[in-house]
Ligand binder design. Structure first.
Ligand SMILES: [Zn+2]
Length: 200
């Protein structure tokens, strides 16, 4: 099931209730040919702490990346796969965004296409900032705070915390690279032709 009900929805790893949505991560689909029965856990929720300590995490994440990379809907949008980092991003034209999916941390960022360049710069600055960095992205507020070799990333909307994860710093830098690449893609795109044609 994919509905989340606080204190009722159970973690698929420890089978204890999940108190808050932001305690939880939703599992992506994995390939039953690789992870067997575990593939039934696709779209279910887990505690982030349970996921981080789970012995099957790496196999599940790698298999999930393979499944995402084969999804015709996203591949058609020229998906970019970073296999080393288990990262996946593609454009979502219907939403006017790029979507970055980290299948190891279990975190998804929606980056408005027109904001990709600004956010690439802000995310890079946040990496070396002291204290908390706050970034507006679409209708969301992202709060980032460096803690030694990790960076805490929180997404909220209208004051409600949606997701909170600790991201290894090296991995966070891969996110920054991905958003930089989104900026490149967004700016490389030719401008909409005028009805009478462009300069060509
Ligand atoms: Zn759990």
């Amino acid at each position: 099931m994919t509905f989340f009900i606080p204190d009722r929805t159970l973690c698929s790893i420890c089978e204890q209730p999940l108190a808050h949505r932001w305690h939880a991560a939703q599992l992506p689909y994995a390939d039953p040919a690789v992870v067997g029965e575990l593939a039934r856990m696709g779209r279910r929720y887990v505690h982030r702490a349970c996921w981080n300590a789970w012995r099957d995490r790496d196999a599940y994440a790698t298999s999930a990346l393979a499944v995402r990379s084969r999804d015709p809907g996203t591949v058609a949008d020229a998906a970019v796969v970073d296999r080393d980092a288990t990262l996946f991003w593609h454009e979502v034209p219907a939403l006017g965004t790029f979507r970055l999916e980290d299948l190891h941390v279990l975190f998804t960022l929606e980056i408005p296409t027109g904001d990709a360049c600004r956010l690439a710069g802000s995310l890079r600055e946040a990496a070396s900032a002291v204290g908390v960095s706050e970034l507006a992205a679409g209708g969301e507020l992202w709060r980032l705070r460096r803690e030694g070799s990790r960076i805490e990333v929180a997404r909220s909307c209208n004051g409600e915390l949606l997701e909170l994860a600790d991201v290894p710093f090296e991995r966070y830098l891969r996110w920054v690279e991905a958003v930089r690449a989104m900026c490149d893609r967004a700016t490389r795109r030719p401008a909409d032709p005028s009805p009478r044609g462009g300069s060509e």
